[in-house]
Design a protein around this ligand. Sequence first.
Ligand code: ADP
Ligand code: ZN
Ligand code: ZN
Length: 732
Amino acid sequence: MKYALALVNIKGLGVKTFSYLIPDEMKDKIQIGQAILVPFGRQGLVNAFCAGFSDYLPGDFKVKKISKILDETPLFSIEYLKLLEWVANYYCCDLVTVLNAAIPMKLIEKASKTEQLVEFASFEGASKRQVEVLELLKKSGKMPLILFEKYAKTTRATIKKLEQLGCVKLMQEELYRNPLDILQITKREALFELSGEQKSVYEGIKKHLKDARQILLHGVTASGKTEVYFKLIDDTIKAGKNVLFLAPEIALASQLTKRLAKKFGTEDVAIWHSSISDGERYDVWQKLYKNEIKILAGARSAVFAPLQNIGLIIIDEEHESAYKQTTPAPRYDAKTVAKKLSEFHNCPLLLGSATPDISTYYRALNEGNLFELKHRYNNAKVPPVSVINMQEYGRAAYKNIISIPLQNEIKETLEKGQQVILLINRRGFSTFTQCQACGHVVECPNCAIPMIWHAKDQQLKCHYCNHVEYFPDFCPECGSDALKNSGTGTQKIEQYIMDLFPDNNIERIDSDILTRKGEHIRLLEKFQRKEIDILVGTQMIAKGLDNPNVTLVGVISADASFNLPDFRASERGFQLLTQVAGRAGRGEFAGKVLFQTYNPDFYALASARAQNYLEFYETEIAAREEFDYPPFSQVIRLVLSSLNNFRAEKSAQEIALRLCTMIEKFGVSERLEVLGPTPCVIERINSQYRFQILIKNKLNEKGHQFISSFLNKITLPKDIKMVVDVDPLDIL
Ligand code: ADP
Ligand code: ZN
Ligand code: ZN
C-alpha cells in the first residue's frame, strides 16, 4: 500500500480521482472515507477524500505526498464505493460521474464544521446606535453571527468593532443544524391501531421480511399503506437497525418527514434531498456515518446518503417517474440502486403503490412477494368514475371544454362546502398556435415541437429549451392574420373556471409555479386548510394529496396522456388517472370522479374508470411480451445528436453497425437486439438533430458490461454528442 487515490474537487470540473504518495507516518492511520489535505497544482493545499489504495501508479508521473489527515473518522465506507462502482457499470457511465452525483462537492470543500456565534458582553464604550444593536443581542442571547447580522440589520464591521470594545464575544462552536427543530415537537404521537386488513398484510410482510429481497405492497389509494410502513419502521428500529424511506419528490418527502418526526421524534429522523443547504447536508452526513440517525427520509438522491446498518428500505409511490434522474448523467433510477443497496445490507426492499410499475408487479407476482390492500381505510368507498363522452357533450360545453355535467358537479360540490380538483395534463394556456388559413403550427426554431402560449406572460414558450417569442401578427408561412391558440393548458382552464365560478377561490399548480421557492408546498397547505375551493393543475396535483374534504375530481382531457408514441404511454396514463381519482372521497364524504374523453373505449382508460389494476396489467403485460419490452428485456437507449442533421445520422449509423458487428462476433444476437438508428420522435431539441439506437438487452448485467466496453472503445468527433440512457423513462 504505497499510494492513495484521492477524490479532489476541481473547480468547474467536479470531483476527480488522483494518486498521492502515503507518507510513512500515515500508513497505519489512513482509511477510506477520511477527509485529507493534498497539494493540488496552483490551488495549493485542497481538501480531498481518500477513496482507495494501490501499490502502483496508473502512469509514469511524479506524485506528491498527502499533507495531512484532516479527520480520523471516515465519512464513507468501502462498501459505499462499491455501490457507486456498481451504479457506474449498470448505467454505462464512469465512476467520476457517479461520484459527482453521490458525494456533494460542498462536503469536500468544507473544512470547518463550526459556526461563528456572537454573544452579548457589556454596554461599556458603545455609541448610541451600537447600544440599540447590543440590546437586541442581549435579549436574544447567543446567536449565529450570520443570523444576527440580518436580524439587527447591522454589518460584520460593526460587530468586529464591538468585539474590539469588549461589548460582544465571538466564538466558534460545533453546531448540528437540524431542520426539523422548527417543528417544535414535544410529545410523540402513538402509532395508529391497524385495521383488520392492514394487520393481516403487516403480519404477512413481517413473516416474509426474513428471506425476501423485494416485496410489493399494492394498496388502493387511501388504504393506509403509510400506517403499515410505520409499523414496520417501528419494528426495524426496535431491532436496532435503521430505515431508509424514499418519496418521489421534495414536497412529499418533507410532508413525510414531518409525519415521521411526529411519530418517532426529531432526534432520530433526518431529511435528505437535493435542496437542503450545504450545512445541513454536511451535518446529516456526519450523523449518518456515526450511526446517529435511525430514519432517513428523502427524495431519489437519498439513496446515495451513507446511512449505516440499514434494516429496511421503503420506496413509496414506487411507480413514480421522479425516481429516475433523466439529466444530467448518471441517469440512475433510485429504485434500481436501492435494490442493490438492499443486497449490500442484506435487508428487504419494500415497494408500495396503488398503481405499481408493470415490471415491479410482474416480478412480485412471479416471485410470490405481492401483498394487497384492497379496501380503503374505514371502509371509505373508492369513488365511482363516470365518463363524459365529449363527442356528445363537447358542443354544449363551456368553450367546448368544460361539459355541462362537469359544471353541474362542480356547482353541487361547492354548495356543500367541499373541494374540487381539476386535472389538465398540460401547463401553459394552449397546446399549440395554428394558422386557420394554411394549418401552419408555430414551432420552436430550435426544437421540432410546437410553442405553447402562456397568457399570463403574453408569450409563446418552448417547454424544451425555454425559447420565448411574442405572438406573431401574421402567419410566417402564408402571411394570413388568422393565427389562433388551440388545445388547452392549465392557464386556460384556470381562466375558464374563474369565469364560471367568479365567487370561489381558484388556484393553479403546475411546474411554472416551481420557479417560486416553497410555492408548491404553500399552495398544498392552503388547499388543505380549505382556503382554496378549486385546485387546477397538472400531474403535480395527482400525487400524495390526502385531503378528506375533496369530493370531486374532474379530468379535463383524459386522452391527453395516452397520445404519446412511447411504449410506456398507456401505463403512465392509467397511473395518472387512477392516482388522481384516488384523491376524491378519502374522508367521511363520498367522492365522485369525472373523466372527459373523446375515446371512452380505449382499454387503459376503461380500466382506470373501473379502477381495475389487474385488468390493465393483464392487457399491458401481454403487449410487452409480444414486443419484447420491459420486463421481458431491458432497454438501453443511445441518442446521437449534432447541429448537422446529416452528420448526426451518419454517426448513428456507424455506431449501430459497429455494435451489430460486435454482437455477431460474440454470438449474442439472440439476447441483444439493436433497433435503429431512427430519428427521435422529437427530431430536434436546442437546434440539435437527434437520432436514436434502441438496444433490447436480455443478458441482464452482462449486457451492460458488453455495452459499456463497446462504448469505451468509441471516440466521437467533437460535433457529435451521445447520451446513454439505461432503462429510459421514455423514448421520445
Ligand atoms: P395511502 O398511503 O394508502 O394512500 P394513507 O396512509 O395516506 O393511505 O391513509 C389514508 C388516510 O387514512 C390517512 O388520513 C390516514 O391517516 C388514515 N388511516 C389509515 N389507516 C389508519 C388507521 N389504522 N388508523 C387511523 N387512521 C388511518
Ligand atoms: Zn398560414
Ligand atoms: Zn425549443
